[in-house]
Design a protein around this ligand. Structure first.
Ligand code: SIN
Length: 289
């Protein structure tokens, strides 16, 4: 396969062409894709309608072990439990996938001990308008922070709490049961994360789950995290992807933030298949990149 690419914007993303994800990917092709992905933080492949769930898993496995961190497994594909379905579609009154999922800015699995390194999202059915996914490059966000803010945040740690943030992240869903809550202990991660492969620093403030800052009074830390998130999602850092059926996006959760957006759910169907890839414990190296 002859891998070619062009940047999607000058701050995030690259569209890769010349690759058929329904066919085995050889080592050279994989190496090229990985390099482009590391450089651009997210990559897009268009026209991949022939990619089956098995192909989706085979491609994702090139990037690591497939993760299973979702709170519930009821919305995973019945024959492919590592593929989560995100959808508004109902069959016999039951949702076939997680409805309104990812509608707040986040990085996948940031509330777990070992947050996902990457995610691979495939568009199976999309509305003719809206339902975009927004992406921000958190290296660029970190780089753009004022020097005194960088000095203030380098080395700080954040308590990420899926449970405390649940009512804010999912106002349309019931609170987690005690059993579910017990499986989701709070986790602490650095506020600035050194990428394990590129050595670059990225802001890792967390979406709603970024709850408080270790060693800071709760109100002050909580408010400061909100301020950092507001900085990160300024239009100058954000790319809005307008999906077409057959689009596949692979993003790097260690240095991007993303967010799903609403669409007319009464009128249109949206069906997305997503795989999470396991990651390592985030760390911060105090010396510069
Ligand atoms: C997600 O956050 O993984 C879902 C994104 C989307 O459905 O656009």
């Amino acid at each position: 396969m002859k891998v070619q690419y062009k940047p999607i914007t000058d701050f995030i993303g690259a569209e890769i062409t010349g690759v058929d994800l329904s066919r085995p990917i050889d080592a050279d092709t994989y190496g090229r894709i990985r390099r482009i992905w590391l450089d651009h933080t997210m990559v897009l492949f268009r026209g991949q309608q022939a990619m089956t769930p098995d192909d989706h898993m085979a491609f994702s496995r090139l990037f690591g072990t497939l993760d299973h961190h979702t709170t519930t497994t009821k919305w995973n594909l019945p024959d492919h439990q590592k593929i989560a379905v995100v959808s508004n579609v109902k069959v016999k009154g039951e949702h076939i996938g997680a409805p309104k999922s990812g509608r707040a800015w986040h990085s996948d699995g940031q509330y777990t001990k070992y947050p996902c390194s990457a995610s691979v999202l495939v568009a199976r059915e999309v509305p003719p308008e809206k339902g975009d996914t927004l992406f921000a490059n958190m290296y660029q966000v970190y780089d753009a922070l004022p020097a005194e803010t960088k000095q203030r945040i380098d080395g700080l740690e954040v308590v990420h709490s899926r449970v405390k943030a649940w009512p804010i992240s999912y106002p349309d869903r019931p609170m987690l049961s005690e059993e579910e809550q017990a499986k989701l202990p709070d986790e602490i991660h650095p506020l600035v994360r050194t990428h394990p492969e590129t050595g670059r620093r990225a802001l890792y403030c967390g979406g709603n789950v970024g709850w408080e800052i270790v060693g800071m009074p709760f109100e002050e830390g909580h408010a400061f995290l909100k301020e950092l998130r507001a900085f990160a999602i300024q239009p100058r850092f954000v790319y809005a992807h307008k999906w077409k059926v057959g689009d596949v996006i692979l993003w790097d959760n260690r240095c991007t933030f993303h967010c799903a957006t609403p669409f007319d759910e009464e009128q249109y169907r949206r069906v997305m298949h997503r795989i999470h890839i396991s990651g390592d414990k985030p760390f911060f190296i105090p010396e510069g990149p």
